[in-house]
Design a protein around this ligand. Structure first.
Ligand code: GLC
Length: 783
């Protein structure tokens, strides 16, 4: 029985069990609890009919679990459900409390009504009626003037709300790419994929992605709540009411996974097991990438490539923004400015060691006679309006229609188009504008798409549109060239990490956007998206030399390492500033190339554990209150810690060292953990530290991956106890899954380093393994 909107479930009358699923019979409706694992439980209430298959969860994670069930007696009897790791006490109205096995309360449903705070008096509302009230068709004066009508948002009635009590020791993380700070406590966010050209301050509550996965850190352990419902939703973490945090959805069902782990590492690992892990990328995709909207002819691309090499800035890829298309028609080539033959330009770039990444938007120009449009019309692949006409809005090419990616047939058609790009010589695909963005207002909620054969409204598919597009792109690309697909997407949904790398959309060349890069990429990492990046230097607005220098330093470990900028703003290639900035830029891109083996090893770790490359300190030190809200430092793996300067004019900064001993990565200066220290950071200095015992692999700098064979491994060794596993494969295809890998194991104890190759499936042993001890300046051959 589907429940009425916002109606309470009422009294718990009884329950029955079928395998892992406990069905709860309430006065008003049915609810269910599915115990997938001892630490993974799914709550479900059908607010709409039936249960849809998840987009995000594509694997069945059920394990055999011993479950004990006990229902109390009396008027408000509750059901207690226990696994080996958790117990859940469920009462009337589907309220629940979650305990660990020691009986510690980890979370409990709100014990009071959520009263949303007033934002205006009723008199104000009345007085403002003229501005907020409708004047023409459905539009208010404000909307006529191009402003959002705030009443719309305030008055939206959610389909259901899930509230929980807030505790003093709670800190909140995850939620994907949301704006603001690392710890989300005290803020509220909307899940509605949005194209946001304005500055992304913490007042911008909806971003490009919807990842309704919340990590709740408590003293006794870490909980995760994954609200797997793609409809528009809202998550408030103590902003409306400091005693409650809540989730509300505008439609769909209550699908809530409860995840538990004693630590945050375990929790991220569990969540990524549920929604999938970011697969190992091609090695070159970790290299530096250059992009700009406005590289608008073949000669510009050749010039950029020449300059990259002439200025000796290592670079692996150049991106092709929409300029390369013929009138912004996707899967076409502008012959006028790029030459008749795409293969010619792309071959030329390849010869010089560059990969080429083309942008593709979902919107197809409405243009009879244009093959992609004609095929879509013939196959009935485009979304339709409520009257059954193909729905038209505007994007870059003018009138545009939207593929219905909810249907396999449409995804397959789109995936097949990748072959056009790879035949030209492109190596990857950059999916953009797939919120979907549209210039003549948002697509109305009732535009008709499909969930396979079932018609569904735009409101229901909006947040997974980018997810489905990138899934099709990834599958098409893999089929087209057999390599590990490199897809970058702007919009996506939880679980999208299986298919694409992401970037954070249109940031700006301002310090606050540089500052936000750190918490944003860290939270994306905790939300499964290990491979993520921001536009280095900022997309819109004019950057200056100081900002560029600080951005490249802070972004050295950004998994996606791309400088991208908008047309009309200052050119942003590294040589556009002073020679000092160029030198700094080069120094840090070179550092990136030296550390490629470390980053690639971490990508391998991600594939197996889900742990990201860029990590907030709280991931590894969840019991140290000094790290709960660190926004300007982060770990890279477990062994490196970066503390970039992200403020204009600063040449020193405060660094917090967590437990243990830390070494300055470049000078070997020792810092004892548990302390704050002021470190110097001139414009060319990135404060970077290694944990005692760290063994950090380096390669020699090349101008691009594969310029020459990497025949030497250089180990930077920081005294202490530690071990390290280094991994190598062909960096390109799926042979590694057949065991074609080389593995090396190194151990450092009692002042001695030893190591050996333990697997030789790839068969490219290093000719030299050199050890460098930054402290004593010693260097010797291990092999
Ligand atoms: C969007 C993208 C941006 C791109 C532009 C033109 O704004 O976010 O990266 O350059 O479209 O394609």
């Amino acid at each position: 029985m589907a429940k009425q909107k916002n109606q309470k479930l009422g009294k718990l009358l009884g329950y029955d069990r079928e395998g892992s699923v406990i069905r709860l019979h309430y006065e008003g409706a049915e609810a269910s609890v599915d115990i997938l694992r001892e630490d993974l439980i799914k709550l479900f209430v059908a607010y709409e009919s039936g249960e849809d298959e998840s987009y995000a969860v594509e694997e069945d994670l059920h394990q055999d679990v011993d479950i004990s069930l006990r229902k109390g007696s009396g008027a408000r009897a509750r059901l207690t459900l226990k696994t080996g790791r958790l117990s859940l006490v469920i009462g009337d109205d589907f309220t629940n409390a979650i305990y660990d096995t020691k009986g510690n309360l980890l979370a409990a449903s709100g014990d009071k009504e959520l009263v949303k705070p007033a934002r205006m008096t009723s008199e104000t509302e009345e007085k403002l009626g003229g501005i907020f009230g409708a004047v023409s068709d459905n539009k208010t004066v404000m909307e006529e003037e191009g402003h959002e009508n705030p009443l719309e948002k305030i008055k939206q009635v959610p389909a259901f709300i899930v509230t929980r009590q807030m505790h003093a020791d709670e800190h909140f993380y995850g939620l994907g790419d949301k704006t603001g700070f690392l710890d989300k406590r005290g803020y509220a966010f909307d899940n509605w994929n949005s194209d946001i050209p304005q500055t992304h301050t913490e007042q911008v509550t909806a971003t490009y992605k919807s990842i309704p996965f919340l990590i709740v850190r408590r003293d006794q352990g870490v909980l995760g709540f994954f609200y797997d419902n793609p409809c528009r939703s809202h998550i408030d973490l103590g902003r409306d009411d400091p005693e409650l945090y809540y989730y509300q959805a505008n439609g769909g069902n209550h699908v809530e996974y409860i995840l538990y782990s004693p630590d945050m590492v375990g929790l991220v690992s569990l969540y990524t097991e549920l929604t999938g892990r970011q697969p190992l990328p091609q090695l070159w995709t970790l290299g530096y990438q250059q992009s700009r909207l406005g590289y608008d002819s073949a000669s510009v691309f050749r010039r950029i490539a020449d300059q990259m090499r002439a200025y000796r800035i290592p670079c692996d890829a150049i991106h092709f923004d929409i300029d390369y298309m013929d009138g912004y028609r996707v899967f076409t080539w502008d012959r006028k400015y790029y030459g008749d033959c795409p293969q010619e330009l792309l071959k030329d770039l390849h010869k010089r060691g560059f990969h080429a990444v083309p942008i593709i938007d979902p919107g197809v120009k409405k243009d009879p006679g244009y093959a992609v449009y004609d095929e879509g019309i013939k196959g009935d692949y485009f979304a339709r309006d409520r009257n059954g006409q193909v729905y038209v809005n505007a994007v870059w090419p003018g009138d545009t229609v939207f593929p219905d990616f909810g249907r396999r047939q449409v995804r397959d058609w789109w995936a097949g188009k990748e072959k056009i790009l790879t035949d030209w010589g492109f190596d990857a695909t950059w999916d953009d504008m797939n919120e979907p963005a549209s210039f003549r207002g948002e697509l109305p909620d009732d535009v008709c798409f499909h969930r396979e054969d079932q018609p569904i409204s735009h409101a229901k598919i909006h947040n997974v549109y980018g997810y489905l597009m990138s899934k099709a792109t990834s599958q098409g690309l893999r089929k087209a060239n057999g390599k590990r697909p490199f897809v970058i997407t702007r919009a996506t949904y939880a679980g999208g990490q299986k298919y694409a790398t992401v970037w954070t959309g249109d940031n700006q060349s301002i310090w606050s956007h540089l500052q936000m890069m750190i918490p944003q990429l860290c939270n994306l990492g905790l939300s499964g998206f290990s491979l993520a990046g921001t536009d280095i230097g900022g997309f819109s607005g004019d950057a200056n030399g100081e900002l560029m220098a600080r951005w490249i330093e802070a972004a050295v470990f950004s998994p996606l390492f791309r400088n991208h900028s908008a047309v009309f703003c200052l050119f942003q290639e590294p040589w556009q500033f002073t020679s000092r900035v160029l030198d700094i830029y080069r120094e840090y891109v070179e550092l990136r190339y030296r550390l490629l083996p470390y980053l690639y090893d971490l990508c391998r770790v991600t594939e197996f554990t889900g742990l990201p490359l860029m990590r907030p300190l709280v991931l590894h030190y969840p019991n140290d209150p000094n790290v709960f809200a660190i926004n300007d430092q982060f770990l890279v793996g477990e062994d490196l810690m970066a503390a970039p300067v992200v403020d204009q004019g600063k040449t020193r900064r405060l660094v917090y060292f967590p437990q243990g001993t830390w070494y300055d990565y470049f000078t070997g200066t020792v810092y004892e953990g548990g302390s704050y220290q002021v470190v110097s950071a001139a414009l060319d200095q990135l404060p970077l530290f290694a944990r005692a015992g760290a063994i950090i692999p380096n390669w020699e700098v090349m101008q691009y991956v594969g310029e020459r064979e990497y025949d030497s491994l250089i180990l930077k060794v920081f005294p202490g106890r530690g071990s390290y596993r280094h991994y190598r494969d062909n960096g390109e295809d799926f042979d590694y899954r057949q065991g074609k890998v080389d593995i090396y194991e190194f151990i450092q104890e009692d002042g001695r380093l030893s190591g050996r190759q333990t697997v030789n499936g790839y068969g490219h042993p290093y000719a030299h393994i050199r050890v460098e001890e930054p402290l004593g300046g010693n260097s010797y051959e291990l092999k």
